[in-house]
Write a protein that binds this ligand. Structure first.
Ligand SMILES: Cc1cc2nc3c(=O)[nH]c(=O)nc-3n(C[C@H](O)[C@H](O)[C@H](O)COP(=O)(O)O)c2cc1C
Length: 185
């Protein structure tokens, strides 16, 4: 038997991200779980229209997507509790910039994606920022033989109707491979 849950977005768990934008000339970081993969080089970020961050993204046409490790859970949660309207969050992390010059990125996060704003979608309560990733930065010590090793990234995962932070698990099958077992039938 299936039970109806109503209109609920259960595309979960998602990686928790920290979105960086310069607002009033200073870096501001916001915790965002509503992130999406558009394709290999584009992301979507849904930020409620009243957030402090949104004005900075619109003004500069740039932002960053940073992936925190579980060791940064306190700072990550803090940026999701406290608004830049009330507190200066510019010193929570060490900031660096890339070629776009106005997308602040977080040194302590193992992965940083520097984005150019290409479109804003208007959904009922959120601005959905579509970004083109112009450069991706990573800490050298998270690289394995096949590129980024997500076990080393140790991202924070989140189920959007709950409040617990989760950890990444283990690989259990090979993609584009395990399904071939059914071809033999
Ligand atoms: C785990 C977590 C996930 C969040 N995800 C989102 C989100 O996807 N979209 C959003 O608009 N706010 C989200 N928030 C709330 C904002 O991060 C929060 O309101 C923040 O303080 C706004 O910062 P700002 O006003 O400096 O931009 C989340 C908060 C937490 C703790």
């Amino acid at each position: 038997m299936k039970k109806k849950l109503g209109s609920k977005n259960y595309l979960c768990p998602v990686p928790v991200t920290l979105i960086g934008a310069n607002v009033n000339g200073k870096p501001n970081y916001i915790t965002i779980a509503f992130v999406g993969v558009m394709d290999y080089s584009h992301v979507s970020v849904a930020s409620a229209r009243n957030h402090y961050t949104n004005a900075g993204i619109k003004e500069n046409g740039t932002f960053s997507v940073n992936i925190p490790s579980t060791r940064l859970v306190r700072e990550t949660d803090y940026c999701g509790i406290v608004s830049g309207k009330k507190a200066d969050k510019s010193a929570v992390f060490e900031t660096f910039y890339g070629s776009l010059e106005t997308a602040p990125m977080i040194q302590e996060c193992p992965i940083n994606m520097e984005c150019r704003l290409v479109q804003i979608l208007d959904v009922p309560h959120h601005d959905v920022f579509i970004g083109e990733i112009v450069e991706t930065y990573c800490d050298e010590d998270i690289l394995g033989d096949d590129g980024v090793d997500f076990a080393k990234v140790d991202p924070i995962l989140f189920v959007i109707y709950g409040s617990d932070y989760w950890r990444f698990g283990e690989p259990f099958a090979r993609g584009w491979s395990v399904g071939k077992e059914l071809l033999k039938k």
